[in-house]
Ligand binder design. Sequence first.
Ligand code: SF4
Ligand code: SF4
Length: 178
Amino acid sequence: MQALTNKSQAVNRKPMTLLERLYLINIIKGMLITFSHMFKKQPTIRYPEEKREFSPVFRGLHVLNRDEEGRERCTACGLCAVACPAEAITMEAAERVEGEEQLYREEKYAAKYEINMLRCIFCGLCEDACPKDAIYLSETFAPANYTRKGFIYGKPDLLIPNPLTEATAFAEAKGVEA
Ligand code: SF4
Ligand code: SF4
């Protein structure tokens, strides 16, 4: 049979000697390699105690933004969902009623807003498409999860804390906007 590359080698079927069958030399060789790595600089870090610095253009987990008065900025226009190449965003719009002016900035708001993080490619197009500065990709990332359902982020997961009532949590969640 014709070989696809010139890298193939004939298999050596010679019976092993007693020394070879003891594997001692190979074990010592392996241990020497392991030992030599103990003095090399570690390429890994002790996450989560240590964290690497992200690139300035890193795009992480989405945040649904509020304005300076703590009102939700999203008006459920759907532009982010249309712009999303992965079809990861779904939402349901609702009309603001009298007395909800301090909750929602616009007359229409997202009663339901979901992002499927398993579909998302963190391209940032939803952020670019939003005319209300209502969504941005933060410097944090979606934590690991055991179920697919756990990667469907709803509004409670995405909405930034209220700056008026939870100032510290708001500042933490805000991080550095992309
Ligand atoms: S970052 Fe890109 S893929 Fe992810 S939800 Fe936004 S537009 Fe869709
Ligand atoms: S996040 Fe922005 S683009 Fe998306 S529905 Fe809300 S206001 Fe529209």
